[in-house]
Design a protein around this ligand. Structure first.
Ligand SMILES: C[S@@+](CC[C@H](N)C(=O)[O-])C[C@H]1O[C@@H](n2cnc3c(N)ncnc32)[C@H](O)[C@@H]1O
Length: 315
C-alpha cells in the first residue's frame, strides 16, 4: 500500500513516471470533456492540465498522476459502461467511485448524461476535493458533500463510523467503481477492501462492482520499487497482481466472508489505443460475453502489460 508519509525525494520530477510532456495522453476525448464540460478555452487546455497535474503531484506522486492517466476516463472504457452503467445511472442508480483521484470518471459520467446528484467519490486525500473542482470548474454543477476523504484501510471502528458509512450508509450503493484501485494493495489488504466494498454495496440483486486494473498471467505478490518499497517499519511493501482466476477467487472469498452471493467475471483485454488484445476467460460467464469477441495472439513480453477488466454482480 502506498500511503503514509511520502519518502524524501518522492515528489522529484526526475522519476520516470513523471512525464514532462503530455503528448498523446491528451486525447480528443479528454480535450472534448475539458472544453465542453469544464469549459476550459481550447487554447488553455494544456496549461490547465499541467497546472492541476503538478498540484496533484504535490499531494502524492502517483504514477496515474505523473503519466496523465487521469485523462483516460478508465471507467468509460469498461465494456459495461455504455450498456449498463450509464442507463442505470440515468434511471436513478447511485455510483461510488472508490480511489477517485481528480474525479475524472464521475465528470465523464456527468458529461455523458448521468445526473450528478447520483455520483459519489472517495479517496485518501482531502485535498483532492478542491483540486477536482479546480480541474473541472464545476462548483456550480457538481454537488458538495459528494466527496468523502477516507482511508479504505482504516481500522474497523474508524471505517464503521467514517465518511463512507455515514454518508452512503451500509448496503445502499448500487454501483461501485474500483478502476485502477485494488492493485495498489497486497493480498490481505485486497481481501479487507473487497469485504468493505461489499458492506457498502446495495442489497438489491444485480448491484454491481466493476473496474479494471493491471493483470498478470501468473498471479503473485510483487515487491514495489523505490521510493515506495518500504513500509513505515522498514519492511518490504508488496502489491498483489491478479490473473483472472485469482481475482475471481479473491471476490468469492470476500463474498463468503461478507455473506453476499456473487457472480464474478474477470477477463484480460489489452488497453485502449488499438493495442493487440488477449483474452483469458475466468470460466465465469457475464463480462466475457460483452467484450469484443475478436481474439489476437500477443507476444509474451506484452503479457505483463495486460489489463484485467472485471465485474462483480450481487446475485
Ligand atoms: C492509480 S489511482 C486511480 C485513480 C482513478 N480511479 C483512475 O482510474 O484514474 C489510485 C487512487 O487510489 C487512491 N488510494 C490509494 N490508497 C488509498 C486508500 N488506502 N484509501 C482510499 N484511496 C486510496 C489514490 O489516492 C489514487 O487516487
Amino acid at each position: 500500500m502506498l500511503t503514509g508519509p511520502v519518502p524524501n525525494g518522492a515528489r522529484s520530477v526526475s522519476w520516470p513516471w513523471y512525464h514532462h510532456e503530455i503528448g498523446s495522453e491528451l486525447t480528443e476525448e479528454a480535450r472534448e470533456v475539458l472544453e465542453k464540460y469544464a469549459k476550459v478555452p481550447s487554447g488553455q487546455v494544456e496549461s490547465h492540465i499541467y497546472r492541476i497535474r503538478d498540484k496533484a503531484w504535490g499531494i502524492f506522486p502517483w504514477p496515474c498522476v505523473g503519466e496523465f492517466w487521469f485523462l483516460s476516463f478508465g471507467l468509460s472504457k469498461h465494456p459495461l459502461y455504455t450498456s449498463v452503467v450509464l442507463p442505470r445511472l440515468k434511471s436513478g442508480a447511485t455510483l461510488l467511485d472508490l480511489g477517485s483521484c481528480l474525479g475524472q470518471d464521475l465528470r465523464k459520467c456527468a458529461y455523458d448524461g448521468a445526473p450528478a446528484s447520483n455520483l459519489y467519490a472517495s479517496d485518501l486525500f482531502t485535498e483532492y476535493e478542491d483540486l477536482s473542482y479546480d480541474f473541472w470548474q464545476d462548483r456550480d454543477r457538481f454537488p458538495k458533500g459528494h466527496y468523502m476523504a477516507e482511508d479504505i484501510l482504516a481500522e474497523n471502528h474508524l471505517f464503521s463510523a467514517g465518511n463512507l458509512m455515514m454518508t452512503l450508509g451500509p448496503g445502499q450503493t448500487d454501483i461501485i467503481s474500483i478502476t485502477m484501485f485494488l492493485h495498489l494493495f497486497d493480498y490481505a489488504n485486497q481481501l479487507k477492501v473487497a469485504t468493505r466494498i461489499l458492506r457498502l454495496l446495495s442489497h438489491k440483486p444485480g448491484s454491481l462492482i466493476l473496474g479494471s486494473q493491471a493483470g498478470v498471467a501468473e498471479a503473485k505478490e510483487q515487491p514495489l520499487k523505490p521510493p515506495f518499497d518500504k513500509t513505515k517499519e522498514g519492511g518490504k511493501r508488496t502489491v498483489f497482481r491478479h490473473s483472472p482466476s485469482s481475482f475471481t477467487n479473491l471476490w468469492q472469498d470476500a463474498g463468503v466472508a461478507a455473506g453476499v452471493p456473487l457472480k464474478v467475471s474477470a477477463v484480460f483485454q489489452a488497453p485502449e489505443k488499438g493495442l493487440p488484445s488477449v483474452q483469458v476467460d475466468s470460466g465465469v460467464s457475464g463480462l466475457s460475453d460483452l467484450l469484443p469477441t475478436k481474439k489476437k495472439q500477443v507476444h509474451l513480453a506484452e503479457l505483463d502489460n495486460r489489463r484485467l477488466y472485471f465485474s462483480i454482480i450481487r446475485s
